[in-house]
Design a protein around this ligand. Sequence first.
Ligand SMILES: Cc1cc2nc3c(=O)[nH]c(=O)nc-3n(C[C@H](O)[C@H](O)[C@H](O)COP(=O)(O)O)c2cc1C
Length: 196
Amino acid sequence: MGSSNKKVIAISGSPKKNGNTDKLIQWFSEGAAGLGAQVTVLRASELKSSVAGCQSCRACQKKEEYGCVFKDDVAEALLGMNEADVIVMATPLYFFAMSSQLKAVVDRMFSLYKWDNDKNTMETKLKGKTLVLLASAYEDAGLKELEAPFRLTADYTGMIYKSMLVPNAGVSGDITKRPDVRGRAVALGAQAVTGR
Ligand SMILES: Cc1cc2nc3c(=O)[nH]c(=O)nc-3n(C[C@H](O)[C@H](O)[C@H](O)COP(=O)(O)O)c2cc1C
């Protein structure tokens, strides 16, 4: 077993406390923290936001430093992502997509990039970090499609990408009845912070 001094920030996209998404984060965190990583968990639904998602104001592109110009809990979470080594996005499948609570945070990650359209360049401190998707669904349809924006974002950004998709997870809390899931999530947490 190795050890890790990595920083992990996990965003839960589910409004349900102790539901399937929270369980996946909890188990993943056990694996990561067990190796010494520092784990911070935030709930998207509890982050106070002064705007309903990214406003496309592009004010973030006109300033030197990275971060959203709307100062609220989401902006703080974004700065936390910039400081983390591993960013975990966790979501239930809602109508074959991520939850709206998580999407509202993801779109404001626009402020963590700097684009120069004239020079056709993009810079971001997210490059080289690890992006992890944890997702569950009641049925066995749609998780691959849910994964596409996360995988594409990681590829675009130059992030290492890992995921754990759990179909047939039941309703909130039922995931604890699946014998295989806990061990896989703990192992993924350990892998994500040791670069394996
Ligand atoms: C608004 C809403 C939409 C959902 N849409 C789907 C869906 O499209 N496909 C599916 O398999 N499950 C769907 N579900 C079920 C959840 O994805 C599933 O139970 C998930 O594991 C719940 O995670 P949680 O306990 O963290 O909220 C939906 C649930 C809700 C509340």
